[in-house]
Design a protein around this ligand. Sequence first.
Ligand SMILES: [Mn+2]
Length: 290
Amino acid sequence: MKFIGSLINKDANKAKYGIFGIPFDRNSFIRGARRGAAAIRASSHRLESFLWQQKFEVSMARFYDFGDIRALNYRSLYKHLSKRTSNFKGRSIFLGGDHSVTLPIVKSLAARGGKVKVISFDAHADLRDSYLKNRFSNACVMRRVAEVVGFENVAEVGVRSCSYEEFGLIQSGSLRIYGADVIKGEGLSRIAEELADFTSSGIAHLSIDIDVLDPCYAPGVEDPEPEGLSVSELIYLIREIIRAGNVVSCDIVEVNPRLDVNGLTSVVAAKIALEVLASFWELEAGGGKL
Ligand SMILES: [Mn+2]
C-alpha cells in the first residue's frame, strides 16, 4: 500500500518528492519498529489527503512512494540506501525503522560533499558511545551522526532524558540542545527562528524520533518519556525550519505498531509526513503561503 496521495507507478518519473520506507529494527531494544513504515502508510489512509489548515490537497505536491529499502544487516543498509536514492534528486521523507536508520541517511547526504546540518527531534539525547555492547544502537545514533557531520552541525530538540555520561558530553561539547522544558518555557517562535538560522548554510536533514512527542500523542514507542512536545508544537517547528529552505530530507522513526494504541502513533506519524510534504511544496511553489 502506498502513502495517501502518492503518484501512481507510471507517473513515478514526475515525482518532485520521494517517500522511502526502511523496515529495519535490529538496533533497537524492543523489536517492532520495522513494521513502522507499513503502519504509517496504512494509517495515512485514515486521514484525508486534503489538509484543512493549509486548504491544500497533498497529491498536488506530486510525490511518489518508492516503497521499501530492505537490508539483511546494518552494514549493507547504507549500500542499499545509497543505491536506491542515488537516482532521485528531489527532497525525501524516510519512514523507519528504529532510529539507527538515520546514520546511513546522513552518511549518504554527507557523501554529496559540503556541509550537512542535522536537527534531531527526540526525547532522548542518543549520545551514548555504546549501548549493550552495540555502538550502532538506536541509543547511540546521534553520537555516530555527529562524528560524521561534526558536533557543531547537530542540534537536538525536545530532549528530556539522558544519562550522566551523556550530559557531560552535552556540557563540554559544541552540540546545540533545546530541552523540551526550554521549548515550553521560552516560547516556540524564538527557538524556531534559531533552528531555521542554524540550517542557513549547507543542506539540512530533520530526524524525527516520534517519541519527542508526549506519550499521550505517541504511545507506540520503545521508550515513552513524559512531558513531551504536543503535535502542534512539533509541526510548528518543522514548518518554520523547512520554510528557511535548506531541508533536503527528513526521517520519521521509532513508530512501533506492536506497542501502539488504536494506531494513534502511526496516524500522528502519517500526519507529520503530510505536513512535511505540504511544507516542501509551499517552499517550491513560489514562496507563497498556502
Ligand atoms: Mn528517542
